[in-house]
Design a protein around this ligand. Sequence first.
Ligand SMILES: Nc1ncnc2c1ncn2[C@@H]1O[C@H](COP(=O)(O)OP(=O)(O)OP(=O)(O)O)[C@@H](O)[C@H]1O
Ligand SMILES: [Mg+2]
Length: 487
Amino acid sequence: MASTLKPENMKNHGSRTARIAILDADPAILNYLEQILGDRFKVSLFSDPAPLIFNLKEASAPELLLMDWHSCGDDERESALSLLARIRSLKPSLPVVMLACSAELKEVVAATRMGAADIILKPFDKGDIDLAIEQYLKQASIHAVEEDVKEIVLDENTSFVRANKRMREIESQCTLVARADIPVLILGESGTGKEIAAKLIHKMSNRSQRNFLKVNCAAMPADLLESELFGYEQGAFTGAVKSKPGKFELCDKGTILLDEIGEMPTVLQAKLLQVLQDGSFSRLGSRSSVKVDVRVIAATNIDIKAAIEQKTFRGDLYYRLNGFTVNMPPLRERREEIPVLSHHFMRKVAEKYNCAALPVSPALMRSLTAHSWPGNLRELENTIKRYLVLADEQAIIDELSPRQVGGPNRDSEDDSNAGEGLKQLVRHLKGDAESGAISQALEETGWNRKAAASELQISYKALLYKIKQYNLCPPQKRFNPDPAKIA
Ligand SMILES: Nc1ncnc2c1ncn2[C@@H]1O[C@H](COP(=O)(O)OP(=O)(O)OP(=O)(O)O)[C@@H](O)[C@H]1O
Ligand SMILES: [Mg+2]
């Protein structure tokens, strides 16, 4: 049986009628739920899983599912857990509320680990159902609207995923500007996806078959950066045993991303201005000029206008680069994307490590959507990676909303507080050991971050992130109280 009931009788839930699906083999339960919900919601009734699955794939898919445990739990039918897994993979953000008898409770608890939002015990009354609907429809409304969700594959390891209206607009801006072939400036906090946006612009442009190269303008001193960008002739400097083309030449007819442009040394800014004006420059040690056709995309997370005022960034270069500006919003301003992004990162990381994806329970999803994400999408991706590696959901929830060791805690097993305290302790010890190793490497290299990163065998960016995370700073910047004043 699959029917949609009396749409003409339904009242609006918010601006439109919310859709609720109910799966139960017992016609009496279906009738009762139809009676109490049919006048307020668009209710679809199912006594069998097959038509429900079909309905989930349609545009009119429900926003909430009430699912009886037993209706799909006997031997001839698909087991409730595997049905739930199928539903979760089809509709990762659909809240599923299980209906069960107290005798089934133990098994149904397993369903909550698989991502069921809640359990309502039979016999229930209208109040129980209304409470669950109120709570989980509200949760569903912060989830992305279906038409806002899209994934564009950029290369074998990278996709641009967006799941809200603002990011849909960002995608349109990137697509439009891709065709215009003008310089683009991408602004945004660290980890908001500036590089992904640059790759998207390249992919959508008619340069997509040619090179896309990235140069990090903050990672090297001026002379090295100059030779990296513009190349050099044999004998241009000690060690230049043969001539070498720079990234601009390698990128001819393609796209170059000048990352962290705000950190580019001012001497090089003049040379870049010249390239932007007529596409010409000369290799180090050469008198003749080279002409190239390169689309320049620049990205920065600094306040570029403040840098112009402080004279660390040339105003004329800013106006040249700023043919079009894309502003990447921080993740905290696009929270409704978090469920879709979390599932995307989970799939991506599981594929990379060749292991099964872990379910994201409603409790974990609540923590993920509530967190402020100062490190934006990179931090979210790393958190999902840690969850997959540790397979400890509670540890991740605690990390996102730290609690006191031994404080009010999980309501499950009696010894949970002790276990929790131990986990926290292990995490603190791990953190201490990590920050100690990083401090030591920095001190040994005289705070040369590049050298320290290579000594620690982590990326330069990861090191910068860790320095921030552990609030480390060079000795001269540390607060060193005068021993004479301490007495
Ligand atoms: N829209 C997106 N869809 C999928 N993955 C994304 C998206 N935006 C960012 N990411 C992922 O998040 C991480 C950070 O993105 P990216 O490197 O583009 O950020 P960024 O703004 O350039 O950071 P930084 O300022 O630190 O260089 C990457 O692993 C990237 O794949
Ligand atoms: Mg970047």
